[in-house]
Design a protein around this ligand. Structure first.
Ligand SMILES: O=C(O)CCC(=O)C(=O)O
Ligand SMILES: [Fe+2]
Length: 324
């Protein structure tokens, strides 16, 4: 494998959420500008000062490691037929990137939103599953989900201001949104993968993704000139990226950048990789029609009108490889 290309200076910016939460308007504005510029230039940013304390991150990874260490028959009890893998376990070989024929080298678990009793959307969403063999797995993921949702919600406040919208533009759309926390296990590679990779090149579907998993190498983003560059945030930092829904809404002002997870060099095949992305989704009825402020003579409309649900259903059909 080639030596990793260093990330060009300033490509993936670091921001600290404490700046956005500060009362000093200059600190707030600097945060908004750096985050927004990074999302429009490369679609990625690294966030420090977020809401997921290290002990919670460590617990989420420890629980994830333990769950995937269960025998496959135990894990398969948590496959829920008929819901496209939106809750519980999805086995090795269930998902591929859009347009790919080879499946990704991963298995994963999905934990979703917990609905308020008076939210009618709750009745239409599958419930989260408890794992009897690992009783702390789901409670730990729930705490992680809630912390990431708080961080994501403030990042979207900053993005709304960057776009010239009201600060709370996203609030009614993401409250009770159908976000998903995905705990992923990329097992050790035991045979020649014949071109298959841990996660083939893809773009995320949702508004923004908040990724915990900084200790493990392998994540790469594709620059505008077609180079793959590794993203290596500091331990405990979150990697944030724009998904296709936010790209559509902003008519491409914010970029949903292609990324992938490459296989390690052969001498590290025995090492598994774990990562925990949080896909922040809005409520299904949110309109993804391009914002008027993002359409101009120089930037003609690139996307048709669609709702978040219409778009999600179209995309899910493209990525499921195996069981439904
Ligand atoms: O495992 C990672 O670091 C990233 C995974 C990813 O891009 C995804 O699941 O969409
Ligand atoms: Fe992704």
């Amino acid at each position: 494998m080639n030596a990793p290309v260093p990330v060009p200076e300033g490509l993936v910016s670091d921001v600290n959420l404490a700046d956005f939460r500060a009362s000093d308007p200059a600190r707030r504005q600097a945060f908004i500008q750096t985050l927004g510029d990074s999302f429009s230039r490369i679609g990625f940013a690294v966030v420090k000062g977020h809401d997921v304390p290290r002990p919670l991150q460590d617990a989420a990874f420890a629980e994830t490691r333990d769950f995937f260490g269960l025998p496959v028959e135990a894990k398969q009890k948590y496959i829920v037929p008929g819901i496209n893998g939106q809750r519980g376990y999805s086995g090795f070989g269930t998902e591929k990137a859009k347009g790919e024929t080879r499946v990704d080298l991963k298995e994963f678990w999905h934990h979703g939103q917990t609905y308020a009793a008076n939210d009618p959307l709750g009745a239409h969403q599958p419930p989260n599953l408890e794992v009897s063999e690992r009783p702390q797995f789901t409670p730990t993921l729930k705490a992680t989900f809630e912390a990431l949702e708080r961080t994501g919600s403030d990042l979207l406040r900053a993005i709304a201001l960057y776009l010239g919208l009201a600060e709370d533009y996203f609030v009614p759309h993401i409250q009770g949104g159908i976000s998903i926390l995905r705990a992923i296990h990329y097992p050790p590679i035991t045979t020649e993968p014949a071109g298959a990779v841990r996660a083939a090149a893809h773009e995320d579907i949702n508004l923004i993704t908040l990724l915990m998993g900084s200790s493990a190498q392998g994540l790469e983003v594709k620059t505008l000139d077609g180079q793959w560059v590794p993203v290596q945030p500091g331990h405990g930092d979150l990697t944030i990226n724009v998904g296709d829904m936010l790209q559509r809404l902003t008519n491409g002002v914010l970029r949903s950048t292609t990324h992938r997870v490459v296989n390690p060099p052969r001498e590290e095949w025995h090492q598994p990789r774990f990562s925990i992305p949080f896909f922040l989704h809005p409520r299904p009825e949110m309109s993804l029609n391009c914002l008027p402020g993002c359409v101009s003579a120089e930037r003609p409309r690139r996307f048709d009108n669609i709702t978040a649900d219409g778009y999600l259903q179209e995309r899910l059909r493209e990525i499921r490889a195996g069981q439904k």
